[in-house]
Design a protein around this ligand. Structure first.
Ligand code: GCW
Length: 656
């Protein structure tokens, strides 16, 4: 049989018989039992017991495993333990007895799915939740099948929450017709331990309720939201809460009425409180008038520290600008000391080649999460500032902007599945290493793969060192390769207009907001290149805690990977390699292209281990990526060369 990647990392082949003992029954426990029966790879005819009991070492949905028992304090914990046990059986990892607890309580996907079925920044087909057309709200068997598969995939990696619609939210999502469908989705997700959340439009009281205002301090508005929340809970009794993009990129918000983010968030939080619902309020804000977009979220939110209710979490993108291939961490992490804060990561590949490039994002997230903010002394990593280790938060959470759509392989690019997988694994255990995540994903994804050559099923395809080692290395190198051929040395936001796909460092139509055009970010001129964020520039460095502020401020101590993020440096500036900035830029772009070429060679050799469908699919995409990498390099170097007026080093392959 041909493989199309639809089964993700959940390939159960040749299951052995097993007896499952469990004294309780429930929809969640039935799933756990069924999974064991369908996927058991341990001793044939073994018995395994599922036990729910309190255990001091177990928190939330944590669990403890042994060869013949899964112990957890909750049913969800049992389910997660079962998936972990099955995973270990298929990857050959030892089954050890220590407690495994989640790093974050809420491990949530954000779907930027619109009610008409389109997906903002989606590259894997239409929405799995919404569609257009006359029967768009009818719930079909096929809908339920897809939602079940989606829920199962999430549960298998510990994801326990989903926001079903775009943060650029249509008000109609909370009308009865849509709530009916939300209920149907929630009913399918629930047994898999997944809570349902919605993005709301802040102007809903005026638009839907026909009120004169949506001012969060207005009595009628407050009442309207209380009633609406009550209504939502009548459809979904365990509804999770709201995700809100407000006063940002044209979205309505409290600032329209002279109110603050705290006024807006707290009003909604009060309405949700009686039901234990929460508000995830996004900090993604910037305005055209600000001199440096990178500073704005911090400037707007820091004065509000301590003013948010305890069921509000401020959702902060990993970097201060916008999901670039590389950014330093957002200075809000660790700085807001009396407010709950959660990281938002982008799983969908808006700035990283859509469904075309092979880029394993785990290394990028690991880099951010393990960055030291120094906010409470050394070791105050972004992870520790958000997972409850340093600050006591009532709720802890991590969000990933989902890359899932109706494509048969869910994610557009087969290797984008690894990013969904990695997000779940990191939200569960923020200290996992990318190397391990890649290892697991490869072993699981290519489990039982058929060799395209012999047609034989090869159960351990993913384990074969000739496959595993080079392909894993390719994944681990893939993000740096993308940075090299797109935005090396701290360059950022130089992608082409709107689509954010190819290079566009020159793009700046007349009348366009400067902060939406690449020249604003790269500042290339005859005197050099880069955005001056030092004390004498925009002073974004002051938003970082010492020693980072001083380190970033000085070009000599600023890590070179962030050089052009923080500094405007002359073209002949000498780097650690001994090369001039211009030459280094040329070498980096060239290296990126060569890395992608080497990935092609690695993958060509993988063909004997995996089925031809998946093999050819990845091979074709790597070909496109390679052509594009060359295009990125040539386009950027030729463009920047107008300013540097320096030659491309002779030994490098030069644009023709
Ligand atoms: O990354 C930018 C995207 C927008 C997106 C916005 C956001 C949902 O270009 O498409 O809108 O960020 O995160 O709100």
């Amino acid at each position: 049989a041909q493989e199309n990647g639809h089964q993700l990392w959940l390939r159960y082949k040749n299951a052995k018989p097993v007896t499952v003992i469990c004294s309780k029954n429930s929809p969640t426990l039935s799933i756990a039992k069924q999974e064991l029966q369908n996927g058991w790879q341990g001793e044939p005819n073994a018995s395994i017991t599922l036990t729910i009991k309190k255990d001091k070492a177990l928190k939330d949905d944590g669990f403890r495993l042994s060869q013949n028992e899964v112990i957890a304090a909750t049913e969800k914990g049992v389910l997660y333990g079962v998936y972990e046990l099955l995973r270990r059986q298929r990857t050959g990892e030892a089954i050890t007895g220590e407690a495994e607890n989640p790093s974050y309580q809420i491990r949530i996907l954000n779907h930027w799915d619109n009610p008409n079925g389109s997906v903002e920044r989606g590259y894997a087909g239409h929405s799995i939740f919404w569609r257009s057309g006359p029967d768009s709200l009818t719930v079909t068997q096929n809908d339920k099948k897809i939602w079940t598969e989606y829920a199962r995939a999430n549960a298998s990696i510990g994801i326990n929450a989903s926001v079903l619609n775009n943060v650029n939210a249509s008000p109609k999502i909370i009308t009865p017709e849509y709530l009916n469908r939300v209920k149907a989705i929630a009913d399918v997700l629930r047994p898999y331990g997944i809570k349902t959340y919605l993005s709301i439009n802040f102007s809903s009281p005026a638009i839907l309720g026909k009120l004169k205002t949506s001012d969060p301090l207005d009595k009628a508005v407050i009442k309207w939201w209380q009633d609406k929340v009550k209504e939502i809970y009548s459809y979904v009794p365990d509804f999770g809460g709201f995700l809100v993009k407000a006063s940002s990129e044209g979205q309505p918000g409290p600032q329209d009425f002279g109110r603050t983010h705290a006024d807006g968030a707290n009003m909604l939080a009060d309405a949700l409180k009686p039901y234990n619902g929460i508000v995830m309020w996004r900090a993604f804000v910037y305005s055209p008038n600000d001199k440096d977009r990178a500073k704005q979220a911090y400037n707007e939110f820091m004065p509000l520290d301590g003013k948010f209710k305890d069921n509000v979490i401020i959702q902060v993108k990993n970097g201060p600008v916008d999901f670039q291939p590389r950014e330093p961490f957002s200075p809000l992490f660790g700085a807001m000391k009396q407010t709950s804060v959660m990281p938002e990561l982008q799983v969908t590949m808006e700035y990283l080649g859509h469904d075309k490039y092979l880029v394993f994002l785990s290394t990028m997230w690991e880099e951010v999460l393990q960055s030291d903010t120094y906010q409470q002394g050394e070791g105050s990593t972004v992870a520790r500032c958000t997972d409850g280790s340093i600050y006591s938060q009532k709720y802890t959470a991590m969000a990933g902007v989902s890359n899932v759509g109706l494509d048969t392989n869910w994610c557009g690019h087969l290797f984008n599945q690894a990013n969904w997988y990695a997000f779940g694994r990191l939200a569960w255990n923020v200290n996992l290493k990318s190397e391990q995540i890649a290892d697991e994903w490869l072993k699981l994804t290519f489990y039982g793969a058929q060799s395209s050559k012999s047609g034989e099923a090869n159960y351990n395809a993913g384990w074969n060192d000739n496959f595993l080692k080079p392909v894993k290395q390719m994944m681990l190198d893939s993000r740096e390769a993308a940075v090299n051929f797109m935005t090396p040395l701290g360059l950022h936001h130089i992608m082409s207009a709107n689509g954010h796909y190819g290079p566009g460092p020159w793009w700046a139509p007349k009348g366009m907001r400067a902060d939406w055009t690449p020249p604003y970010y790269h500042q290339a001129a005859e005197n050099g290149i880069g955005f001056d964020r030092t004390k004498t520039g925009s002073d974004a460095v002051e938003q970082y805690h010492e020693p980072l502020a001083s380190q970033f401020n000085d070009a000599a101590t600023c890590p070179e990977k962030y050089l052009l993020w923080f500094h405007h440096v002359p073209w002949d500036y000498k780097l650690k390699s001994g090369r001039t900035l211009w030459d280094e830029l040329c070498y980096k772009y060239d290296e990126g292209v060569n890395q992608v070429r080497s990935f092609q060679k690695v993958w060509d050799k993988a063909g004997v281990y995996v089925d031809s469908t998946r093999f050819l699919e990845v091979q074709r995409k790597l070909r496109i990526q390679c052509v594009n990498a060359g295009l990125w390099k040539d386009a950027c170097l030729l463009y920047f060369q107008q300013f540097s007026k320096m030659p491309i080093p002779y030994e490098l392959e030069r644009p023709v």
